[in-house]
Design a protein around this ligand. Structure first.
Ligand code: SIN
Length: 484
């Protein structure tokens, strides 16, 4: 059996691609755990879109400004120009975004946007609502609890994938087209906002096959997660809170971010994170998110999930200040692709969404552009590949099918060490000596008899450090300070 498409990942990119592939095609969606264990599910604030045709230019400018002008301008243009039609398509298919009092689409504001242009659904559950909608809209088969451990690549053709089943056995699936939509790298960091399934394994496989990862030093931290909870995945406090009136203070209620940037809490994310890091180091003050500008009823209605999470954690809202810190959030870098989402030099292998790097986000992603990227470029990927209509011939694949060990006994300790190392050295403020020393440690880990999945994570982590070493001066999220 040969599928027309294998899609690796069931977040917004993978599911929207599946939705757009005609029903008569044979499609297999591979999902590492349950379908809702993806970053889309956890996305709160919303999805950015040009508000109308006149706003496209401004949306592009905001994206470039936030990205330190390191973005691929053509990709940004495609993103914004397609935003209105892609959103409209979903609305016509039945997705409900929140409406304002006049029954029109309600747009909110987030940092570094020059105007309100973020759509949201069920208040602060935008990702979850979009994900649910796309899950219901896709007519194709989803296989859950399967972990891809290899791509069947021979020369410039991908014949499909090899994966571990839930019984830890290995299976193969062949396809005329393979689309990687497996997300970023969150779980290689000690503290993050990502689903625990997101760990950069597909990026590692690509490295192994000689495919190029781009901008891997560009790792984004989110300024506002709740500090002090037990799990690695930290509860996110959406930037939309700040867009609508929440603000960041020190112990004495001083809004210190204005000492760093004229836009204070609404400066680009990398700047806010750096300012928080610097201020905390200098003053030793704890940092808080103040919600005092909200009336409790409004807050509960507008941000129902954050309200509930904070209540469950024992906060008295909106009166209590919430202790916050930044946490790892998003990979701007990833598998290098062309504008049509095809991986360079490959005939039938594609990457979309956070796993890919098409250059949209530059050195710092503009808030809420990620769901939009998933939507727009999954559509481009499907349209392009359908037109190309590439066909593999299974019998031409002659390479040895490898047998991998999924996890080994030593993995747990190394995995934890890796997460600490990445948190320490590939972080908000970086130091070349630290990175070089950490790279040595990663190289040592790679010499050990680790399981396949950790091996792939280590490769990905290594590429982040190598890229960071190559970039000698600060740019956006890659900020170097000697002797921090
Ligand atoms: C948030 O709601 O703050 C997350 C939005 C994003 O990461 O784009």
């Amino acid at each position: 059996m040969i599928y027309d498409y294998i899609i690796i990942g069931a977040g917004i990119s993978g599911l929207n691609a599946a939705r757009l592939i005609p029903e008569n095609k044979k499609v297999l969606i591979l999902c590492k755990k349950s379908p809702w264990e993806c970053n889309t599910f956890y996305a709160q604030g919303g999805i950015a879109s040009a508000v109308d045709d006149f706003d496209i230019k401004e949306h592009i400018n905001d994206t470039l400004n936030a990205g330190a002008n390191y973005n691929n301008k053509k990709a940004v243009q495609i993103l914004s120009e397609n935003s209105l039609s892609c959103i409209q398509d979903l609305i016509q298919e039945g997705l409900k975004f929140d409406l304002n009092d006049e029954n029109k689409l309600a747009f909110t504001k987030e940092a570094a946007h020059s105007k309100s242009r973020i759509l949201h659904a069920d208040g602060d559950a935008t990702g979850r609502m979009m994900h649910l909608f796309l899950l219901q809209a896709s007519k194709h088969q989803i296989k859950t609890n399967v972990v891809v451990n290899d791509l069947l690549i021979q020369e410039d053709i991908c014949y499909g994938v090899q994966y571990f089943t839930s019984e830890y056995e290995q299976e193969l699936a062949y396809a005329h087209n393979t689309i990687i939509a497996s997300g970023g790298v969150g779980s290689i960091y000690k503290y993050h906002t990502n689903s625990p399934t997101i760990a950069g394994e597909l990026q590692g496989i690509c490295l192994e096959k000689g495919l190029i990862l781009k901008d891997m030093e560009m790792m984004q931290f989110h300024p506002t997660v709740v500090k002090g909870t037990h799990f690695a995945r930290k509860p996110l406090l959406s930037e939309a809170l700040r867009g609508e009136g929440a603000f960041i203070v020190d112990e004495k209620n001083h809004r210190f971010l204005f000492d760093y940037h004229k836009d204070g809490e609404l400066a680009p994310r990398d700047i806010v994170c750096r300012a928080m890091f610097d201020y905390e180091q200098k003053t030793k003050s704890s940092i808080y998110l103040s919600l005092e500008n909200f009336k409790e009823d409004f807050f509960k209605k507008r941000f129902p999930n954050i309200y509930k999470n904070l209540k469950d954690l024992g906060f008295n809202l909106p009166y209590d200040k919430i202790p916050i810190s930044p946490a790892y959030h998003y990979a701007m870098g990833g598998i290098k692709t062309n504008l049509n989402t095809r991986i360079p030099n490959m005939k039938n292998l594609y990457a979309i969404g956070e796993s890919a790097c098409i250059g949209i986000h530059g050195a710092n992603r503009l808030a809420s552009n990620s769901l939009l990227e998933g939507l727009v470029f999954s559509k481009i990927s499907v349209e392009y590949s359908l037109k190309k209509d590439y066909k593999i011939s299974k019998s031409e694949y002659k390479k040895e099918i490898k047998s991998y060990i999924r996890n080994n006994n030593i993995d747990k300790t190394i995995k934890n060490d890796l997460r600490k190392i990445m948190w320490h050295c590939a972080s908000i403020v970086r130091n070349e000596e630290d990175i070089v020393n950490s790279l040595k440690k990663l190289n040592n880990f790679l010499k050990k008899d680790v399981g396949r999945l950790l091996f792939l994570r280590l490769l990905t982590a290594k590429s982040i450090l190598q890229s960071a070493i190559r970039r000698k001066s600060s740019l956006g999220a890659h900020y170097i300070k000697e002797n921090k």
